[in-house]
Design a protein. Structure first.
Length: 447
């Protein structure tokens, strides 16, 4: 009995402890099944998940090529549509005398704008690459520039007469002419601009220009330098400056004294009848506030007549040594060309050679007499007698020697009288063209 009681007491104690644990919130572990309960419990198996292999790794595509943004191009600047304007000169004057009026009216339309006026004249071929210009210079000394317009008439083919100079001054918005170089004489005259500036340091601007004239005997050029003198231009040259032609005019102030030297180069004409020619340069300097000829230089020449003429100039000026050297060159330089009236005729060449060589020997004889050198006299007369025994110049040489005892002036007078009686001598000496010197009987021995 005590054994059963102990068993029951033990079971109660266990039950009480389980209850206490439950009450205390502790989760009690379920009791393991025993006996028949364990036999009747059905165990359900869970199938393991089917194995799925990991997907094969796929390589990433390469990165896309970088394309830069296009360069920014700004929109073009807006340009308004030009409004058509009237052409200042609607037609080219057909008459030369109409050009000054048309140019003056155009200056009014363009409000005296020199660049616009020059563009318009170039459009009309009144200014070319080598001729014509529009300049602004204060010529009237009032503090306001004038318009100097050098233009050409495109309908005139003559280079000497086809250009002109017009000077316009402005007053109350209107441009008026104060100077017209040819004054309407366009059929026979032309003018071109050389310079416009203060040339003599008087604080006033001068105008230098050339006037070309053509007539039945050919053309010539006159150079003028003028100054505005309260209503008109007055001339500033000591004497008239005239040349057969003018190729170039230059102004220079080499010493910096503001006095500009004027050099004019030219003197030749493109005409057979003019004869053999060579350029010369005339240099003008300021003397008493006037342009005055200071010196003349000649270009080297290979024409026989021109060498003799140059020797004659030295002879006339008393430069006997220089004259002698040039006469000797005329006699000995075989490279000198013979003029023969521009024909190349052999007979005329022989006649010219005889005439100029015998003339040179005659002058050498006279130089020997002037220098009182008898050896020079003897050499010259001997050569003249030996080489040109039939030349009229030998007759004149003999007349000189015969009268030499009375003095050189008397000897030259005898030569002048003899020359007047020699038919054809002067005609031969004067047959070298109209630009060559013309001889009178007294010119052969001018002492």
């Amino acid at each position: 009995m005590k054994s059963v009681s102990r068993h029951r007491w033990g079971a109660w104690i266990v039950s009480s402890l389980l209850l206490l644990l439950t009450l205390l919130g502790c989760e009690a572990q379920p009791a393991a099944p025993t006996g028949a309960a364990l036999a009747q419990q059905r165990v359900t198996a869970t199938r393991a998940a089917t194995y799925t292999p990991l997907p094969t790794e796929t390589a990433l595509p390469p990165p896309a090529t970088y394309t830069p943004y296009p360069t920014y191009t700004p929109l073009p600047t807006w340009t308004p549509t030009p409004v058509p304007t009237a052409t200042p000169i609607a037609f080219v004057p057909q008459v030369s005398e109409d050009w000054p009026t048309v140019i003056r009216r155009t200056a009014d339309i363009l409000a005296g704008n020199p660049a616009a006026l020059e563009r318009e004249l170039r459009r009309l071929q009144a200014i070319s690459a080598t001729e014509g210009a529009v300049r602004t210079v204060d010529l009237t000394h009032d503090g306001q520039d004038e318009l100097i317009i050098w233009y050409i008439d495109p309908n005139n083919a003559n280079r000497v007469t086809r250009s002109n100079i017009l000077v316009l001054t402005e007053g109350e918005g209107v441009w008026q002419p104060i100077f017209d170089a040819t004054f309407g004489l366009r059929s026979s005259e032309g003018a071109w601009l050389l310079e416009a500036r203060d040339l003599n340091n008087d604080l006033q601007s001068e105008l230098a220009y050339a006037i070309g004239r053509c007539g039945s005997n050919g053309c010539s050029v006159t150079v003028r330098v003028v100054l505005w003198s309260g209503g008109a231009f007055r001339d500033l040259t000591a004497s008239e400056i005239q040349l057969p032609s003018l190729r170039e005019a230059t102004f220079s102030d080499e010493d910096g004294d503001n006095l500009w030297e004027m050099a004019l180069t030219g003197g030749t004409l493109d005409a057979i009848a003019a004869g053999p020619q060579r350029e010369r340069t005339d240099i003008y300097r300021w003397v008493n506030n006037l342009y005055t000829l200071a010196e003349t230089t000649y270009a080297e020449s290979d024409w026989l007549p021109l060498v003799v003429w140059e020797a004659n100039e030295a002879f006339d000026e008393g430069r006997y040594e220089a004259a002698e050297a040039l006469y000797h060159r005329a006699l000995t330089d075989e490279t000198l060309r013979i003029w023969a009236q521009g024909t190349g005729d052999a007979g005329l060449q022989d006649s010219e050679l005889t005439l100029l060589h015998s003339f040179s020997y005659f002058r050498l004889m006279v130089i020997g007499s002037v220098l009182e050198d008898q050896n020079r006299v003897d050499r010259a007369i001997r050569a003249l007698r030996d080489q040109y025994p039939r030349s009229p110049m030998l007759v004149l040489a003999e007349a000189f020697l015969e009268a030499q005892g009375e003095g050189i002036p008397a000897a030259c007078t005898a030569v002048t009288e003899a020359a007047a009686g020699e038919d054809g001598l002067l005609d031969a000496l004067n047959s070298f063209g109209y630009t060559s010197p013309q001889f009178l009987p007294e010119d052969i021995c001018p002492l």
